[in-house]
Design a protein around this ligand. Structure first.
Ligand code: G3H
Ligand code: 13P
Ligand code: ZN
Ligand code: NA
Length: 285
């Protein structure tokens, strides 16, 4: 069944594990996410970015996720990933998303707080949960230098102000992760994450850019950093494309798309199951 993200994260906080939030763009990815979660008896978050919504169409995303949730025996939430405007968040709320992220991180703190509060006012009225972001979670291509960390990473005192003045259901700080494939091993600022967690212990923390973060760092972020939602996109993309390439390599003459997408789906299910086990949400449904 379809549930809200706040509900899933409240339980994750109790149990000290993290719920996986996996990005989707099409039917095969939605099916892979729910099949993996079902196999692991895990709660799961299906999320769609503005780019995914543009690609598939909002009605398709909602219909696919609703159907998958209704057919499943585990709790499933549908979340907007990196919504950048009030209008985008309201459109998703009206279309059936059970959670939205308002990413006001490109605005100054006061404007970010004001924008987040406008979204919260609408979301609260209909029981939809809201994730906020403060600090710059860039792409791996941004290559933030060590001496720039204080400029881009989330200032703990500002995190406290942001959470107090909004009351968001979950909070995404910048502490060294990045979207996309890392070139080397990412250097996470655990001291900063742990400080933020100590200041806002009641608010579940969201880790973005989690594909490519070593398992031990993921475990540490959950155990000591209050991370309760972990976003994975790139790892799914890698498996999808690898699966298609392998199938084509095996039979270059293949003209049946199902023979290419079927194996790709199996590879996506495998990586999602691995992540769910790593996050500790296996068996928590
Ligand atoms: O945060 C970024 C997600 O990986 C979504 O990426 O905007 O290319 O769909 P996208
Ligand atoms: P990755 O693509 O690095 O896994 O990041 C996903 C993400 O943070 C989506 O919001
Ligand atoms: Zn992200
Ligand atoms: Na990443």
């Amino acid at each position: 069944p379809m549930v809200s993200v706040a509900q899933l994260l409240a339980k994750a906080k109790e149990g000290k594990y993290a719920v996986g939030a996996f990005n989707c763009n099409n039917m095969e990815i939605v099916q892979a996410i729910v099949a993996a979660a079902e196999a692991e008896r895990a709660p799961v978050i299906i999320q769609a970015s503005q780019g995914a919504i543009k690609y598939a169409g909002i009605e398709y995303i909602v219909a696919l996720a609703r159907l998958a949730a209704d057919q499943s025996t585990i709790p499933v939430a549908l979340h907007l990933d990196h919504g950048t405007s009030f209008e985008q968040c309201v459109k998703c709320i009206a279309s059936g998303f059970t959670s939205v992220m308002i990413d006001g991180s490109k605005h100054p703190l006061d404007e970010n707080i004001a924008l987040t509060n406008r979204v919260l006012a609408v979301a609260r009225a209909v029981g939809v949960s809201v994730e906020g972001e403060l600090g710059k979670i860039g792409g791996t291509e941004d290559d933030i230098h060590v001496d720039e960390r204080d400029v881009f990473f989330t200032e703990p005192a500002e995190a406290l102000r942001f959470v107090q003045e909004t009351g968001v259901d979950s909070f995404a700080p910048a502490f060294g992760t990045a979207h996309g494939q890392y070139k080397g091993r990412p250097e996470l600022d655990f001291a900063r994450l742990e400080k933020i967690y100590s200041l806002v212990p009641e608010t579940p923390i969201v880790m973005h850019g989690s594909s490519g973060v070593p398992d031990e760092d993921i475990r540490r972020a959950i155990e000591r950093g209050g991370v309760r939602k972990i976003n994975i996109d790139t790892n799914i993309r890698e498996q999808f494309v690898a699966g298609v390439k392998e199938a084509i390599a095996k039979n270059p003459a293949e003209i049946d798309p199902r023979k290419l997408l079927g194996p790709a789906k199996e590879k996506m299910i495998e990586i999602i199951r691995e992540k769910i086990r790593l996050f500790g949400s296996s068996g928590q449904a």
